[in-house]
Design a protein around this ligand. Structure first.
Ligand code: 3PG
Length: 393
């Protein structure tokens, strides 16, 4: 696929899809690795005198981290780019048209959350999305579409595939760098290869684990976070109070798949539960517990870090615990620090994991991918509509 090196953007109107989806705490958007990295692409376009319009999403409608307005993101981007990123609380219509027409060379304008429009997330093909209102109305204003984020390319959403279908297009710097770094784990994997899977979306892991097991590519699969809880459940451990959370998050939907591979997955030997807002560690033998689990315990951290220290390749996706809460960040911080010191190739993926790297200033990780679900699909060899369409035009 083409990159920004293939286009002269001076004076051109460029539409850029970035992924600004970031952790939100009490309604406040946290400065994330995504915001920092995409800001560099935007700065490059601005420095090259392009007139840049940015489209992005935050959260999913109905979920806690959904924000209709991206005004906070525009402020954070402005600080990172070092110049004002203008914001308009519209996605299309005459307001957007006027704002685009007023853009001067070097200007950057961010539009409202793409998911504020229901048509955005309809699961349609690129060709169908290209005929939808959003793309139809806006496409005529642009000379180039830049896809800057791998992390949204697994979604066949209007802003991801629609514009790319009808406009000259290319990969932005963030996507370009991601794909280069991922070559290390898609071409030849140096062994021992350790997979550490945590976070809150366990069902996303099944395809990738099955692929690596079938191809005999992985030496250790270390489970933590919600995936650790599902894996413990698959091994017949009753977690107690935590079961309610797993049900709420629909985390047990993949339990049948996990049961089939449970003997290949290492599970925590201890966990940290929340008792009166304090961290209390419990051996797994002491479960079920009447308290919710928020982290892996100290013995598990030690066991996992021993395995990591011998690895030549490590891929971590999803945090081991609830890292935004200092009391329960121990598992996440200690494991990530260990990766930072590893002599092997280390790859960390997922929005939360990359944010944890930022938040705790972890150094030495070879590549921090900004992608979560998309990265897993990419590594599992699945088709990514957002990438396919870039090769289409
Ligand atoms: C992510 O956080 O992985 C991306 O922003 C995609 O978000 P989604 O899973 O809500 O589509």
């Amino acid at each position: 696929m083409k990159t920004l090196d293939d286009f002269d953007v001076k004076g051109k109107r460029v539409l850029v899809r970035v992924d600004l989806n970031s952790p939100v705490s009490d309604g406040v958007v946290q400065l994330s690795g995504r915001i920092k990295q995409h800001a560099k692409t935007l700065k490059e376009l601005s420095d090259k005198d392009a007139k840049t319009v940015v489209i992005a999403h935050q959260g999913r409608k109905g979920e806690e981290d959904y924000l209709e307005s991206l005004e906070q993101h525009a402020k954070l981007l402005s600080e990172q780019v070092g110049k004002e990123v203008k914001y308009i609380n519209f996605l299309f219509g005459s307001e957007v048209k006027n704002a685009i027409e007023e853009l001067e060379r070097g200007d950057i304008l961010l539009l409202k959350n793409t998911r504020s429009w229901d048509g955005e997330t309809e699961n349609l093909t690129a060709q169908q999305h290209a005929k939808g209102a959003f793309v139809e109305v806006l496409k005529e204003y642009f000379d180039l579409f830049v896809q800057d984020s791998l992390s949204v390319c697994h979604r066949s959403h209007a802003s991801v595939v629609g514009f790319a279908y009808v406009l000259p297009n290319c990969a932005g710097r963030v996507l370009e760098n991601e794909l280069k770094a991922l070559d290390k784990v898609t071409k030849k994997i140096e062994r021992p290869f350790v997979l550490i899977l945590g976070g809150s979306k366990p069902s996303d892991y099944i395809d990738l684990i099955n692929k690596y097991l079938e191809e005999n590519k992985v030496d250790h699969i270390l489970s933590c976070g919600l995936f650790g809880h599902v894996s413990l459940t698959a091994k017949g451990i009753n977690l107690g109070k935590q079961n309610e959370f797993l049900e709420r998050k629909k985390a047990l939907d993949c339990i049948f798949d996990v049961r089939k591979i449970a003997d290949k997955i290492k599970t925590p030997v201890d966990v940290a539960v929340k008792v009166d807002d304090k961290r209390v560690e419990l051996k797994v033998e002491k479960l079920p517990s009447e308290y919710e689990i928020f982290d892996i315990g100290s013995k598990t951290i030690k066991n996992y870090n021993k395995i990591i220290s011998k690895a030549k390749t490590v891929f971590l996706k999803g945090t081991p615990g609830y890292y935004l809460w200092p009391e329960f960040s121990k598992g996440t911080v200690k494991i990530l620090r260990k990766l930072g010191k590893s002599k092997g190739f280390t790859l960390v993926g997922g929005g939360d994991s990359s944010s944890a790297v930022e938040l705790y200033g972890i150094k030495g990780i070879d590549h921090v991918s900004l992608s979560g679900g998309a990265l897993l699909k990419y590594l599992a060899g699945k088709r990514l509509p957002g990438l396919e369409v870039l090769e289409h035009v």
